[in-house]
Design a protein around this ligand. Structure first.
Ligand code: ARG
Length: 470
C-alpha cells in the first residue's frame, strides 16, 4: 500500500504539479518548521518590506498591501504566545507565515509570493536573524572586555608569574596579562563585524536563481531593512552560505579563546596555583566531597567550544560539494547556526559574569613570583647591557640558578656582595634586579609589561573599545 496521503497537494506552495501529496515519511523527514520557526520575526519583517514593494511595483493595490501588512503585524504579535506553533504541520516557516496571512487577509494573501522564491526568502531571513544575533554577540563581547579592564584596574600594580610551557617564566603585571585577553577579544570583535558585513546585503530580487521579473527597487528595499546594499548576483545568492560560515568561523574562534581563558583560570584558581579566586556564584560543590569548589562554569565554556567548532565543520562539509545554485541540503544550515549562536552568546555572557566574580590574591601571586627564578632573564639582560655577550651572560645566570636550586636559595637570599663574589661581571646595582618589580621596569617598549607601558596600554584599551560600543 502506498503511504501517500489523501491530503490535497494544493495545500503546499507548490502543489499544482503533483497528482498526490507527499508521503507522511517524506513530510516528517523534510519539514523544518520545528527549528526554522526561530526565523518568524525575520520572515515577517522581510514580508512587510516585500508587500510594500509589491505595491510600488503595481502588483498590490494600496488596500491589499495594507491588509497584508495588518495581517503580518498581527502574526508578529500572536507569535509571542508560547503555544503559537502547536499543531502546525507546515513545511517550513515561510509556508507557515503565508498560511497565516491567508487565514487573516484572504484572497490578497495569494499575491504575497509574486515573483518571490523561498530560496531568496530563506537567505533574507537568515541574514536578518543573524545580524541581530551578531549585534547581541558584539554587545556581550564588549561587556566581557569591560569586565576584564575593570579587573585590571582593580590591581594595577600586582605582579603575577607569566608562564611558558606552564613553567614560571617572567614576571608580568596582572593588567598586562588581562590586556592580552583584551587584545584577543578585540580581534574577535573585528571578526564578528566582518561576518556582519558579509551578510548585510539584501538578497530579495534574486528570485529562485535567475532574478526577479518584476521591476523592484532593490536599493529601496535594502534601505528599508537596514542593509548596507544589495547582493550583486542572483545565482550567487541562491547557493551562498558564506556569510553563515564567516559567522561560524568567528564564533568558533571566539569559543577557542574563551576555552583557553577558561583553562587558564581553572588552573590559576586551583590549589596548586592558588592565586586566583573565583566567585561562589559561578562555582559549584560536590554531592559527596564537602570541601569542593569546582569551576563548572569555566569547564562548561571549555566544553561548549567543541560543539561550536562542530557547527562550523558541519556546515562546511554540507556546502562543499553542492552544485550551483540552491540545493535542499542548505536547509541543514540552520541547526548548526542556531546552536552555535546560542552557545556563543551564552558562553560570552557566562564568561563576563565569571570575570566579574573573580579576584586576584595578590600576595599569593607575589609569593609565586618571588619564590621562583623569574628574575633570571632580567639579570642576564643587565649583564648584556654592561657589555657581556648575551650567551656568556646567560651562562653565568644559569649557573647562579643551578647553584641556588642546589642550595635552596631564592633570589632574595642573595646579597649584592654574594652576587659579586659569584661572578665578577655582576655589579652591586644588579642586585636590585633580584626584585622582580625592578626587572619589569626595564621593559617599557610599547606592548611590554613595564608599568608605564601597561598604564598607557590600559588607557588606550578603554579608548579602542569605545569604537565597538553601539
Ligand atoms: N526550508 C527551505 C530551506 O531552509 C526553504 C527554501 C526552500 N526552497 C526550495 N527550493 N525547496 O532551505
Amino acid at each position: 500500500m502506498s503511504d501517500r496521503e489523501e491530503k490535497p497537494a494544493s495545500m503546499k506552495l507548490w502543489g499544482g504539479r503533483f497528482a498526490s501529496g507527499p508521503s507522511e515519511v517524506f513530510e516528517r523527514f523534510s519539514g523544518s518548521l520545528s527549528f526554522d520557526r526561530r526565523l518568524l520575526e525575520a520572515d515577517v519583517r522581510g514580508s512587510m518590506t516585500y508587500a510594500r514593494e509589491l505595491h510600488r511595483a503595481g502588483i498590490l493595490s494600496a488596500e491589499e498591501r495594507d491588509r497584508l501588512l495588518a495581517a503580518l503585524e498581527e502574526i508578529r504579535r500572536e507569535a509571542a504566545a508560547p503555544d503559537y506553533f502547536d499543531g502546525a504541520d507546515d513545511e517550513d516557516i515561510h509556508t507557515f507565515v503565508i498560511r497565516k496571512i491567508k487565514e487573516k487577509a484572504g484572497e490578497a494573501a495569494g499575491k504575497i509570493h509574486t515573483g518571490r522564491s523561498r530560496n531568496e526568502q530563506v537567505s533574507l531571513d537568515t541574514r536578518l536573524w543573524l545580524r541581530d544575533e551578531i549585534d547581541r554577540g558584539l554587545e556581550l563581547l564588549v561587556g566581557l572586555e569591560e569586565a576584564l579592564l575593570a579587573l585590571a584596574r582593580r590591581h594595577r600594580e600586582a605582579v603575577i608569574p607569566g608562564y611558558t610551557h606552564l613553567r614560571r617564566a617572567q614576571a608580568v603585571l596582572w593588567p598586562h596579562y588581562l590586556l592580552a585577553w583584551f587584545e584577543i577579544f578585540l580581534r574577535d570583535a573585528e571578526r564578528l563585524r566582518f561576518a556582519r558585513r558579509q551578510g548585510n546585503r539584501l538578497p530579495l530580487g534574486s528570485g529562485a536563481l535567475a532574478g526577479s521579473a518584476f521591476p523592484f527597487d532593490r536599493e529601496a528595499m535594502a534601505r528599508e531593512l537596514g542593509f548596507e546594499g544589495i547582493t550583486r548576483n542572483s545565482m550567487d545568492v541562491a547557493g551562498d552560505r558564506d556569510f553563515v560560515l564567516d559567522y561560524l568561523f568567528a564564533a568558533a574562534m571566539i569559543m577557542l579563546h574563551l576555552s583557553r581563558l577558561a583553562e587558564d583560570w581553572i588552573l590559576y584558581s586551583s590549589e596548586e596555583f592558588g592565586w586566583l579566586e573565583l566567585g561562589d556564584e559561578v562555582t559549584s560543590g560536590s554531592s559527596l566531597m564537602p570541601q569542593k569548589k569546582n569551576p563548572d562554569a569555566l569547564e562548561l565554556i571549555r566544553g561548549k567550544a567543541g560543539r561550536v567548532w562542530g557547527s562550523l565543520s558541519s556546515l562546511y562539509v554540507t556546502v562543499k560539494g553542492l552544485p550551483m545554485t540552491y540545493n535542499r541540503d542548505l536547509q541543514e544550515d540552520k541547526v548548526p547556526l542556531f546552536e552555535a549562536a546560542d552557545e556563543l552568546n551564552g558562553s560570552l555572557e557566562m564568561m563576563r559574569v565569571v570575570v566579574e566574580s573573580a579576584d586576584l590574591r595578590e600576595e599569593v601571586a607575589a609569593r609565586a613570583v618571588e619564590e621562583s627564578w623569574v628574575v633570571a632573564t632580567d639579570l642576564a639582560e643587565a649583564l648584556a647591557r654592561r657589555g657581556v655577550p648575551f650567551h656568556r651572560a646567560h651562562q653565568i645566570v644559569g649557573r647562579l640558578v643551578l647553584e641556588s636550586v642546589r642550595a635552596g636559595k631564592k633570589p632574595k637570599d642573595w646579597t649584592p656582595e654574594a652576587l659579586a663574589a659569584f661572578a665578577p661581571e655582576f655589579t652591586p646595582e644588579m642586585a636590585d634586579l633580584l626584585d622582580p618589580a625592578a626587572g619589569m621596569r626595564t621593559r617599557e617598549v610599547p606592548g611590554a609589561t613595564g608599568p608605564r607601558a601597561v598604564a598607557a596600554a590600559l588607557e588606550a584599551a578603554e579608548e579602542r573599545l569605545r569604537e565597538f560600543k553601539p
